[in-house]
Design a protein. Sequence first.
Length: 359
Amino acid sequence: MGTPDVSYFRPRGAVDLFRSGVNECLRAGGAAWVAAFGILVAPTVIAVAGQAALAQTGAMELMQALQKGEMRPENLDPGEMFGAIALIVGVGAVTGIISMLAHYAGGVAVARIWAERALGRSLSAVEAWDFVLGRAAKIVSGALVMLLVLAGAAIIGQIPGGIIAAIIGMSSGPMQPGVSPPLIMRLVPMFTLVPAILAVTVYLVAMTAVTAVENLGGFPALGRSFRLAGGQFWHVLGAIVLAGLAFTAPSMAVGALAQTEFAGGLRESLGAMAGTLVIAGGSSLLSLLLSPFLMSVQAGLYFDLRSRLRDERFTAYELALDAGVELPDGVVPPAEETAWAPPPSASSDVSLPPPPSAS
């Protein structure tokens, strides 16, 4: 058994967190990266298959035509339109829940590897998967709570943008068939949605590590994550924005191609399913390769935030207790770190003069 690494128990800046996240992900043969990658593979394949199914049925093309104004709802068969909506919502819900569970589990695996390394141990990818299976109930409850909070933030965040877009639409007059809505109408909801999601993500960022280290799930993990991030909003926001630009933006950029003329031409030349698979597969592959690094940065944020708490002691001793493992070499309870003795009493500190002699 090794000795704890004190570097895990100190605050880090955003750039240091980014660098540490990358290094920890690739350290020891990339155990953290492999652990997260192995968990994410199956959900990624399921998500791509769902996109291919939507392309094969024509549901996605129908909804895109409606959004662009190329078709009018009154000109469609109600059963066809509602069937397409139900299929899109169903596929999106199933793949979304599976993806959230997988990403939460991957984050737990990576955070546990961080914790073991902080205590001077090593954890392989296979051991991390075994650990995730042991925390399955806490992972499911934590992922569902996180999904619920993010969905609420998305709904609330789109309300102001939707109202503004509706006002712009009313002022622009009725839309004509075959004419796409103004670009501003499609962008305004994003201007209010993204800040809402980012603000909530700041307070959710430590949930997976809380589950990995402190064995909390569901709302207790949510509350603990809120407490850790409290008072550190801008610090956490800077770290997740930096990590998001590096590890999330590339896959999102490729995925956004699905809404462009380039994607339309690709579907025409390769076929609806093949064209969708190229774009969805490329976006999903990038996400699969880069997500472990994002999870590693989030794990580092947990350690950083705990080291910043003023009303909690955070050393290898507390980490070992929270993680439920035996104390590493050289780590003793706080009361035994320094020998303590009561202050000397007056009777032992002051010597009285001898009594006078009888003579």
